[in-house]
Design a protein around this ligand. Structure first.
Ligand SMILES: [Zn+2]
Length: 196
């Protein structure tokens, strides 16, 4: 998981299925409930309880989430392309707003099959979404949530393949790798999800 420079805490299971409800808000809500099942902890997707934001958010998600996820899938494919086919883990990727209290921009759930990468695209500028995907892909590739040497090797390999500066050797320590590569944060994570 890529920590937002604040704090953390993590806890499954299957493939994201998006229903074809015709009401936009219901469709957005279905999507968010689907993602809740794939997060490390369902409370990470808490906007379903946010009475002030959930209607505009769900309406926006209903209309735009497919496009956002298509973009993330392109980034996922770019990561896959850095490895031989037999080294590419099965991964699904999707975007959703992650509860502020967890202090994370993205996560990789190794307990689901395929592995799930979840990205809060509202938290960093769009030009840096690839960087979030790269970090989480390195976890999926190693099959481990920590930030040790094997993670550093996968991350460096991905960075080199994708034109991102790899983590400097001397700073290849857990506390630094946890936030690598750097991403530019947005001012208000939910603003993106409201379509502002
Ligand atoms: Zn991480």
């Amino acid at each position: 998981m890529r920590l937002n420079p604040q704090n953390t805490s993590p806890s499954l299971v299957g493939k994201l299925i998006i229903t074809s409800s015709t009401d936009p808000v219901a469709r957005g809500l279905d999507y968010l409930y689907g993602v809740r099942c794939l997060a490390l902890d369902s409370e990470m997707i808490d906007v379903v309880y946010d009475m002030n934001n959930r209607i505009p958010l769900c309406a926006w998600i209903s209309e735009h989430i497919d496009g956002v996820n298509r973009q993330l899938e392109k980034y996922l494919q770019a990561c896959h392309d850095c490895f031989h086919p037999w080294e590419q883990p099965p991964i699904q990727i999707c975007a959703a707003p992650i509860a502020q209290g967890f202090g994370i921009d993205a996560l990789c759930n190794l307990q689901t099959h395929p592995i799930t990468i979840l990205i809060d695209v509202g938290r960093v500028v769009p030009a840096d979404w690839l960087r979030l995907v790269v970090h989480e892909y390195a976890h999926a590739h190693v099959g481990f949530p920590g930030h040790q040497e094997q993670f550093a090797r996968s991350l460096s390999h991905l960075c080199l393949g994708l034109g991102i500066a790899p983590p400097p050797r001397e700073s290849a320590i857990e506390s630094h790798l946890r936030f690598y590569p750097d991403c530019r944060p947005t001012q208000n994570p939910l603003a993106f999800w409201r379509g502002e």
